[in-house]
Write a new protein. Structure first.
Length: 279
């Protein structure tokens, strides 16, 4: 009996060492849940990361694929200082080799910049900027040492231009794009592919979490939203093709082209006029 148990533990440890894991942050719902489901269907074992362990367990139970049963839940609040290091150590302690990192977790804060809660903005920056950066560095080092790996960072269409009432959020997502492109250049030729996905409005609970109360704005965002599944497909396709970055949705690509023709100060002025009518 004891020998059988030891043999099982050795086998399980060996399988975890051999198994390739895709780590998805913000995996309890929205785009993250779709990433997890699609990667599991492709044969990846998934490391599901988020704040709500119960919701993560429900996602894990719904995964299907050749290695879905090896998927694990690692609860972690990435908006807290030092969270990325704790997550990395938790994976290392379990012997999980992360070959694909999806930095999907993110949050926004909406409203007049001078009236926003400093604590809420700090937590958002910890999540959108600090944790993403540190997870790329920690897992990216391992990928570079192995000579292979993939990183998909989820930015936002909002990060292409300064956006009134989303000032700190848009700035944090601008960082994500610039950081991704710089990291991609640094890792060129290493076997590690780095891609940035820029969604626009997506049918998730983002508006609720960002504190957006305007029904006019919510109606507009709903009418111009893409489904989370479609956005996940676009991101994974771009990563598979080795693209540097991609904008999700034809309307968003058209808007990005138009704004790109204007002086740097014009898009935020236009956005303020537009948002003032909605909020």
């Amino acid at each position: 009996m004891i020998l059988s148990l030891l043999a099982y533990l050795v086998y399980k440890g060996a399988m975890q060492t051999i198994m390739k894991y895709a780590l998805v942050t913000g995996a309890s719902g929205g785009i993250g849940k779709e990433f997890a489901g699609k990667l599991a269907a492709e044969g990846w074992a998934i490391v599901l990361v988020g704040r709500n362990e119960g919701r993560l367990e429900a996602v894990r139970a719904g995964l299907s694929g050749a290695n879905a049963s090896a998927s694990v839940v690692v609860p972690c609040d990435l908006s807290q200082p030092g969270a990325a290091g704790r997550l990395y150590r938790a994976c290392a302690e379990r012997g999980l080799s992360v070959d694909l990192l999806v930095n999907n977790a993110g949050s926004g804060v909406f409203g007049d910049s001078l009236s926003q809660s400093p604590e809420a903005v700090e937590a958002m920056i910890n999540l959108n900027v600090s944790s993403l950066t540190n997870l790329c560095a920690l897992f990216g080092r391992d990928m570079k040492a192995r000579g292979s790996g993939r990183i998909l960072n989820v930015g936002s269409f909002a990060g292409l231009n300064a956006t009134p009432y989303f000032a700190s959020y848009a700035a944090s997502k601008s960082y994500v794009l610039d950081y991704t492109l710089a990291l991609r250049a640094e890792l060129s030729g290493s076997g590690v592919v780095v891609t940035c996905l820029l969604p626009g409005y997506v049918r998730t609970d983002f508006d609720d979490n960002a504190g957006i109360e305007s029904e006019a704005y919510r109606k507009f965002s709903r009418s111009n939203s893409l489904g989370a599944e479609e956005v996940a497909d676009i991101g994974l396709a771009a990563l598979e093709r080795g693209k540097a970055w991609t904008i999700a949705g034809a309307r968003n690509r058209l808007a990005a082209f138009f704004f790109g023709l204007l002086p740097r100060t014009a898009p935020p002025a236009i956005m303020k006029l537009f948002l003032d009518r909605l909020v």
